[in-house]
Design a protein around this ligand. Structure first.
Ligand SMILES: [Zn+2]
Length: 251
């Protein structure tokens, strides 16, 4: 039954391309069809957005919107594996679209501008899932509030120095329960540095959570935060409590 569904939905090339998914009990033909039908918004084509976009394109997510206004710079290449030296100076979304469709021509990649307060609702609309890998709290809170309002699940990742975190927010608790407002002492990777491979670890975890949410496999990190300490090789998962005074999701 599952085999015949696959033959109807996918070309021979797609069946071969996605063979390792199709034999996975938790994905299979139905899961691969869900991936193909999925529309995912990735906010930020940087250290986290790079591996997340590569793995989601490779996985056969049908439509990927990439939101970013930056151009590729030489200092990006230490961790932003989506780009090559020849891309320096190019718009990130254009370079990314080229590389992602070269990886998987079955995926439609749409470039989009960076998130602002006035465009965030329109950017989020029409997507099944949002991944946020931006490096500033202003954008993270805008994206979280918009996802909450539109009832779209949010996969959020963050990295700095040797430590990263990833969480999934579906309704309450929301990201603002964790970070109510922009912290006054927020650090940036520009100032404190970040080890390149950590972006790969956390960005890939974001893609993995996205694949789980889309296919319904396993238990997504809903209401939980996975914290990875790369310097000591340790990870832990903590519950995110719903803030009774959360300005976004508390009733
Ligand atoms: Zn909240």
């Amino acid at each position: 039954m599952r085999g015949s569904e696959v033959k109807v939905a996918f070309s021979e090339g797609e069946v071969e391309r996605y063979a390792r998914h199709l034999v996975l009990r938790e994905v299979g033909g139905p899961g691969q069809q869900r991936l193909k039908a999925a529309r995912v918004l990735i906010v930020g084509a940087g250290g986290l957005g790079s591996p997340a976009a590569l793995y989601l394109a490779a996985a056969g997510v049908g439509r990927i919107t990439l939101s970013d206004d930056d151009h590729v710079s030489l200092s990006n290449l230490q961790r932003q594996v989506l780009f090559a030296t020849g891309d320096v100076g190019q718009a990130k979304t254009a370079a990314a679209a080229e590389h992602l469709t070269a990886l998987n021509p079955h995926v439609v990649v749409e470039p989009a501008p960076a998130v602002t307060g006035s465009n965030v609702a329109g950017l989020v609309a029409g997507h099944d899932l949002v991944l946020d890998g931006t490096d500033n709290f202003e954008t993270r809170l805008l994206v979280s509030d918009a996802c909450l309002a539109a009832r779209i699940p949010l996969v959020s990742g963050a990295i700095g120095r040797w430590t990263g975190q990833v969480g999934v927010f579906v309704g309450r608790p929301c990201y603002r329960c964790l970070v109510p407002e922009v912290p006054p002492d927020a650090e940036t990777c520009v100032a404190v540095g970040v080890v390149g491979a950590l972006a790969g670890v956390i960005g890939s975890m974001m893609a993995l959570e996205a694949v789980k949410l889309i296919t319904g496999a396993g238990e997504a990190l809903g209401g939980r935060l996975l914290i990875y300490d790369g310097l000591n090789g340790e990870s832990r998962t903590v519950r995110v409590g719903a803030d009774p005074a959360c300005p976004a999701c508390a009733r």
